[in-house]
Design a protein around this ligand. Structure first.
Ligand SMILES: [Zn+2]
Length: 261
C-alpha cells in the first residue's frame, strides 16, 4: 500500500525515566497502536490518553529493564501483545511474538522489517518501517553515539551498525535515549575537524538549553556526524593514532574511549 499524507504512520514521542524516549506508533488505517519499549507505565498511559489511541502492541528492542519494565502491567491493563527478540525471549517479560533478523512485523497496513543488531545486548533488534522511512533503533544507534557493549563484541556492533547504514539518508532515526549532547561532546574530541559535527553540536547545545528533544535524527545526519559510523574518517583515524587501521579496530578504539570519557 502506498502512503498518502493522510495514512502515514503517526509517531507520538514522549519521555520516561530520566532520559529515555518512548514512542507510540499508530496506523491510521487500522487504528492499531504500538509502543516502542516500556521504561515505565504512567507516561505510556498519559500518552495513550493524550492521543486517544488504544494500545495493541508493545515492541521491545531489548531486554534491559528500562525498556521492558512496564511490559507486564501494561499487558495486564490493556490486553496488548508483546513483541520482542526471539534471542531474548527468556529475558523479555510477557513476550507473545518472537522475531529474529529479517522477520516482518505488521502493524495493520504498516510493515516493519526486523534487524538483529547484537552488541549492546546479544539479542537486540531494531524495527525499520521502510515505506514510512523511519526506524526505532533502541540502544543500538543513538544520535552521535551507539550503545555500550554489554553482551557483544566490537566486531558484532560494527556489523550491526553497518546494517543500518544501508538505509536511505532521509530515514528518521528514533533512538531510546536523550544522550545527544554528551555524545556530541565526545565526538568533538575524536573528530575535531568535522565541520558538520561542529555545527550539529552547537545546534544540539541550543536545543538542550531550551529543554527540547534532539530526536529524531536521520541516517544522513548520523553518517556525517556520528564517530561510531565514521571509522573511515581520516581525521578520526589520525586523532586516534590509527591511520590506515582496519575499520573495526578504529570502531573498537572509539568505543573504548567513549567508555572512559
Ligand atoms: Zn539497554
Amino acid at each position: 500500500m502506498s502512503n498518502t499524507p493522510d495514512n502515514r504512520l503517526q509517531i507520538h514521542q514522549f519521555s520516561a525515566l530520566s532520559d529515555n524516549y518512548c514512542y507510540l506508533v499508530h496506523d491510521p488505517d487500522s487504528k492499531l497502536t504500538g509502543v516502542v519499549d516500556t521504561p515505565e507505565v504512567a507516561p505510556v498511559e498519559t500518552a495513550l490518553a493524550e492521543t486517544g489511541w488504544t494500545l495493541n502492541y508493545i515492541l521491545n528492542t531489548h531486554h534491559h529493564h528500562d525498556h521492558t519494565g512496564g511490559n507486564l502491567e501494561l499487558k495486564e491493563k490493556t490486553g496488548c501483545k508483546i513483541v520482542g527478540s526471539m534471542a531474548e525471549a527468556d529475558r523479555t517479560p510477557g513476550i507473545d511474538i518472537m522475531l529474529g533478523d529479517g522477520d516482518k512485523f505488521e502493524l495493520g497496513s504498516k510493515m516493519a522489517t526486523v534487524y538483529a543488531t547484537p552488541g549492546h545486548t546479544s539479542g537486540h533488534i531494531v524495527y525499520h518501517f521502510a515505506e514510512d522511512n523511519l526506524a526505532f533503533t533502541g540502544d543500538t544507534l543513538f544520535s552521535m553515539g551507539c550503545g555500550r557493549l554489554f553482551e557483544g563484541t566490537a566486531e558484532q556492533m560494527w556489523d550491526s551498525l553497518q546494517k543500518l547504514l544501508a538505509w536511505p539518508d532521509d530515514t528518521l532515526v528514533y533512538c531510546a535515549h536523550e544522550y545527544t549532547q554528551s555524545n556530541a561532546e565526545f565526538a568533538l574530541t575524536v573528530e575535531p575537524d568535522n565541520n558538520q559535527l561542529i555545527e550539529r553540536a552547537s545546534q544540539v547545545a541550543e536545543l538542550r538549553q531550551k529543554d527540547q528533544a534532539t530526536i529524531p535524527s536521520t541516517i544522513g545526519l548520523e553518517r556525517a556526524t556520528n564517530p561510531f559510523l565514521r571509522p573511515m574518517s581520516p581525521n578520526l583515524q589520525a586523532t586516534l593514532g590509527m591511520s590506515g587501521a582496519p575499520l573495526v579496530d578504529v570502531f573498537a578504539e572509539t568505543r573504548l574511549r567513549k567508555d572512559n570519557f
